[in-house]
Design a protein around this ligand. Sequence first.
Ligand code: NAD
Ligand code: UDP
Ligand code: UDP
Length: 336
Amino acid sequence: NSATKAPPTPSPLRFSKYFQSNMRILVTGGAGFIGSHLVDRLMENEKNEVIVADNYFTGSKDNLKKWIGHPRFELIRHDVTEPLLVEVDQIYHLACPASPIFYKYNPVKTIKTNVIGTLNMLGLAKRVGARILLTSTSEVYGDPLVHPQDESYWGNVNPIGVRSCYDEGKRVAETLMFDYHRQHGIEIRIARIFNTYGPRMNIDDGRVVSNFIAQAIRNEPLTVQASGTQTRSFCYVSDMVDGLIRLMEGENTGPINIGNPGEFTMMELAETAKELINPQVEIIGVENTPDDPRQRKPDITKAKELLGWEPKIKLRDGLPLMEEDFRRRLEVPREN
Ligand code: NAD
Ligand code: UDP
Ligand code: UDP
């Protein structure tokens, strides 16, 4: 009788579908700074398979070397401005240079990456029914007239300036995300990332934290641009990755600010780097770049309430971790 009959043995396919929640995850820009830390975290979960698509413009295979050859990992040389055919459940779409030096180097390419690249990843998400997360930026607030910035602020952005390829590009990318969501029912997530720092940043990429740390280690003057009274808020990369994963896994589309609300003037940052890394180093004033935002600090009420997220690592604790990584790569050990 049926009560004593053994249940049918599930086929391997059925078994994997019903008893494991395996996820195949695409990370565009996964060879970059934030992307490679995100990959490390995703790979820690044995149920995840990770595919990275990157054109190595600012990223490098070196950042992923511990995963190359791993059975759950795949690395594809691919430019997101070209269509991509893969079968995935989730897409973390990070591909885009983030440092002003690199995004201004070929501004037309930057806007293509933001617009065509995001369009392609949305087309992919639509075809395979994947959830997609965009790493947008605090730059969508431009030179903000509201302080701190919350997600309802529409921003103060110059549409024709030298930073526009990046900040207007990200604004269009956000628009595309919401239009695919409304028009095609795609599941979207938008993170507005504020300045992030940590190990693996390009040593010479020109961003302020990497500049000051490299300069202090090399005993070169710390270059404070303009008066040094402009402010930024710096988030350590492990906190950032934690916020991105919570946003992807949660129920909210965003946009949600992810950043550390601790606000510093660039002069304070230089003084902190000097004190922690090299008390002998000089601090000098140099000319600033055009359209530099005067102030920036996230309001993270939404991230706290909707994601249960807030950053844990203070600037004074994060800088030494980055110093250690830079010293190793620059081959300048600490003297004491
Ligand atoms: P990064 O430059 O280290 O990484 C970007 C990665 O994207 C690199 O590996 C690069 O090679 C790749 N890439 C660039 N153009 C590509 C293209 N056309 N096709 C495929 N790959 C391409 O920068 P990051 O700091 O890791 O930033 C990652 C994301 O986070 C970016 O979308 C950036 O706009 C966003 N973000 C970063 C910060 C920050 O402070 N780091 C702040 C706001 C937003
Ligand atoms: N696309 C892609 N991978 C896919 C599906 C689509 O790269 O698996 C690209 C496609 O080449 C197109 C873009 O995504 O340029 C938008 O696709 P969608 O289907 O939304 O628009 P359409 O192809 O109808 O213009
Ligand atoms: N900055 C600086 N010295 C440097 C590099 C940058 O004083 O060597 C300043 C820059 O003028 C800006 C802030 O640091 O006000 C942050 O610049 P960054 O390029 O790191 O990022 P942004 O937030 O502008 O994208």
